[in-house]
Design a binder for this molecule. Structure first.
Ligand SMILES: Nc1ncnc2c1ncn2[C@@H]1O[C@H](COP(=O)(O)OP(=O)(O)O)[C@@H](O)[C@H]1O
Ligand SMILES: [Mg+2]
Length: 208
């Protein structure tokens, strides 16, 4: 039982998650809410250190099993140090990616590992967002946006268009399976238009 509100942004690389997470945080702060904006992998000192192991370097750096363990280690620290304390004081926590990203990425990279992903989540995380936005759009357009950033954190983006298309389908499947938690947003519009759509749905949740 948490007094705060836990919101996640999910979707493929370049879809606008980070842009929308920031816009929602600004919007809610402007309305006087206590907001914690965070991201995965990362979001706490320990998890940011693990992030560097995950997002930099050769795409084959880790086995799929090791990668799942690193994501869960980072997420556990993020939940303990950042998310739970903020929710406990009644804040709105907005995270740029959470466990759904692990479910979808691992489901696409190696579907046979999905049971391990789910079991580990239940064992060491056991927390889901109250509301998850999937920023949805065509993978080719999103990929072009993402690579244009040239962030140096492109270990996953370099996996290519077919992979991004499979990820998009994976996020939509998750959303269909849990419509009470998910809200699918058309991300192929101007960012201000997307942001108004997101804000309207949060307002409905806060005041509805
Ligand atoms: N609605 C939009 N229309 C056009 N460009 C956008 C839009 N939203 C974000 N961008 C740009 O696309 C790139 C990827 O956006 P970002 O928010 O970082 O996506 P993500 O976090 O999902 O990878 C950034 O350069 C950003 O400025
Ligand atoms: Mg981002």
């Amino acid at each position: 039982m948490q007094p705060g509100l836990f919101v996640s942004f999910e979707g493929i690389d370049g879809s606008g998650k980070s842009t929308q997470a920031r816009a929602l945080a600004d919007h809610l702060r402007g309305r006087g809410h206590d907001v914690v904006l965070t991201r995965e992998p990362g979001g706490s000192d320990g998890a940011e250190a693990i992030r560097r192991l995950l997002v930099e370097g050769d795409p084959d750096r880790w086995s799929p099993e090791t990668e799942i363990l690193l994501f869960n280690a980072a997420r556990r620290d993020h939940v303990e140090k950042t998310i739970q304390p903020a929710l406990a004081r009644g804040a709105i926590v907005i995270t740029d990616r959470f466990a759904d990203s692990t479910r979808v990425y691992q489901g696409v990279a190696r579907a046979s590992l999905r049971p391990l992903v789910d079991q580990l989540h239940d064992l060491v995380i056991g927390l889901e967002p109250d509301l998850s936005f999937v920023i949805d759009m065509a993978a080719d357009v999103a990929l072009a946006r993402g690579l244009a950033r040239d962030s140096g954190e492109d270990r996953f983006e370099e996996l290519g268009l077919g992979f991004q298309q499979a990820l998009r389908a994976g996020f939509l499947d998750l959303a269909r399976a849990a419509p009470e938690r998910f809200c699918v947003i058309d991300g192929a519009r101007a960012s201000e238009v997307v942001a108004r759509d997101v804000a309207a749905r949060i307002e409905a949740r806060l005041h509805g």
